[in-house]
Design a protein around this ligand. Structure first.
Ligand code: PHE
Length: 454
């Protein structure tokens, strides 16, 4: 959902439902279906999964609530919101840096998000051509490897995806997309369930192996890297630390209950991620694929299901269409903050601002594409360009802005008013206080310090 659209059509969300859909639209995306499974695979499974689940509820959810709460007070874009709310609470304007780093983060993330969105779009066409019929793990890997090496194709689909994102943001037709989402989201949910069903039916004992891999605690696999990855992914997955949820909060009516709305969004987000994991890993094990294969994981596993199940071609087409839409509702929310900023700071029109920013992001995306083939050897601290961008944003910038937000919320804002706004009894408010003023800040700092050394 594009925030700019909302401004024109109505100054507040028409209903709690409309708001929730937009927030969930931003949250549920490639992060759940593409990124979560491949990270779980790389980080050794359950230790990462369980830590991520824990962080979603004890760190992600309170920060989500705080971003909405601050946004609702500020009623502006994230940078000015932080500035205004800080000043009104008697503090320095410098708190705007939380907003600035956030906006920069959304810019960088979109450059690689669009590349992967392009992969999803291309897979619609591949599914429609019948490419996956009768495939096995070897052929899907081959199809993906060829695709990854084909710069022309990657560039085409990245361009298509970025163009679609820019088009929606420039014209402010996000509301139309939101309507589409009302159909697509449940559709995506149903298809994920079908895929889980197929995984149970077709993978035999590999299904238990997958569940074991994902859920039976293996704390020995837990190290600084995995904990930091789980924290970063909780932020990424809930679209936190980029001012995006703050911007959404500025359209929220006073009567909306932030806590219960946040709970629903977090649960939805987690369910989609976990279902994706349960759909994918049985296929990984049953077909002898490598769990730690990296960003290509869903693109080499799910086609096996579509290629061998009844009606698989149609389901495959639908799945990748839904995935592309889920990616689009997230990508427009990633583009919006930078466009809005440029529009305000330069008096450029909305369309020009969108074009300028989109071209910059698109260009950075090309570097990301090349890191999968021609520039695979260009490395920063041992990471290719794609991995570096992901590392810098998810593991450094998002936790830092998250830390800024929680410190601001716990130490710079009048707590009595927060208690009233969140409608908390004294007991629950104590828990909220302990979480936001002690547990979360210490956890983020410790994880950052510890994780960055490993
Ligand atoms: N949360 C989105 C996802 O899981 C990605 C995203 C990140 C969207 C940050 C907006 C902001 O795919």
């Amino acid at each position: 959902m594009s925030t700019g659209t909302m401004k024109k059509s109505h100054s507040q969300w028409s209903s709690r439902m409309g708001f929730m859909l937009a927030a969930a639209g931003s949250a549920v995306g490639l992060g759940n279906i593409w990124k979560f499974p491949y990270m779980a695979g790389q980080m050794g499974g359950s230790a990462f999964v369980l830590t991520y689940l824990l962080f979603m509820f004890i760190i992600g959810m309170p920060i989500l609530v705080l971003e909405w709460l601050i946004g609702r007070r500020g009623q502006k874009n994230p940078i000015h919101t932080m500035e205004d709310v800080a000043v009104s609470e008697g503090h320095s304007k410098s708190w705007r840096w939380v907003g600035i780093i956030g906006v920069l983060g959304s810019f960088l993330i979109l450059s690689f998000y669009s590349v992967i969105g392009g992969w999803a779009t291309d897979y619609i066409v591949l599914a429609a051509k019948g490419t996956f019929e009768g495939v096995n793990g070897k052929t899907t890997a081959l199809i993906f490897d060829n695709f990854k090496a084909d710069v022309g194709s990657l560039l085409t689909w990245h361009t298509v995806f970025m163009f679609a994102t820019a088009f929606i943001v420039a014209l402010g037709v996000g509301a139309g997309l939101e309507r589409g989402c009302k159909l697509m989201m449940p559709g995506l949910g149903i298809l994920l369930l079908v895929l889980v069903g197929y995984a149970i039916y077709a993978s035999g004992p590999a299904f238990y192996k997958a569940c074991d891999f994902l859920f039976t605690p293996n704390w020995s696999a837990l190290n600084g890297t995995a904990i930091l990855a789980a924290l970063g992914h909780a932020f990424f997955s809930l679209s936190l630390g980029m001012g995006i949820m703050m911007a959404y909060g500025s359209y929220l009516g006073k009567d909306v209950d932030l806590l219960s709305t946040a709970r629903t969004v977090v649960i939805l987000d987690v369910v989609v991620a976990v279902l994706s994991g349960i759909a994918i890993f049985p296929l990984v094990f049953a077909n002898g694929l490598e769990p730690a294969a990296g960003p290509g994981l869903i693109f080499v596993t799910l086609p096996i299901a579509f290629g061998n199940m009844i009606g698989g071609t149609v389901l495959g087409i639908l799945f990748f269409i839904f995935l592309t839409f889920a990616a689009l509702t997230s990508s427009i929310s990633l583009l919006e903050p930078t466009v809005e900023l440029l529009e305000e700071k330069t008096h450029m029109g909305r369309k020009t601002a969108t074009i300028v920013i989109s071209i910059l992001i698109w260009a950075l995306g090309i570097a990301c594409i090349l890191s999968f083939n021609k520039w695979a050897d260009v490395k920063f601290f041992d990471k290719n360009i794609f991995d570096s961008l992901d590392y810098l944003t998810s593991k450094i910038m998002l936790p830092i802005t998250g830390l800024g937000t929680v410190i601001f919320g716990a130490y710079m804002m009048k707590q009595k008013r927060i208690q009233e706004e969140l409608n908390l009894t004294n007991f629950w408010f104590k828990i909220w206080r302990v979480l936001t003023s002690i547990v979360i800040p210490i956890a983020i700092v410790a994880i950052l310090v510890f994780g960055l050394q490993h």
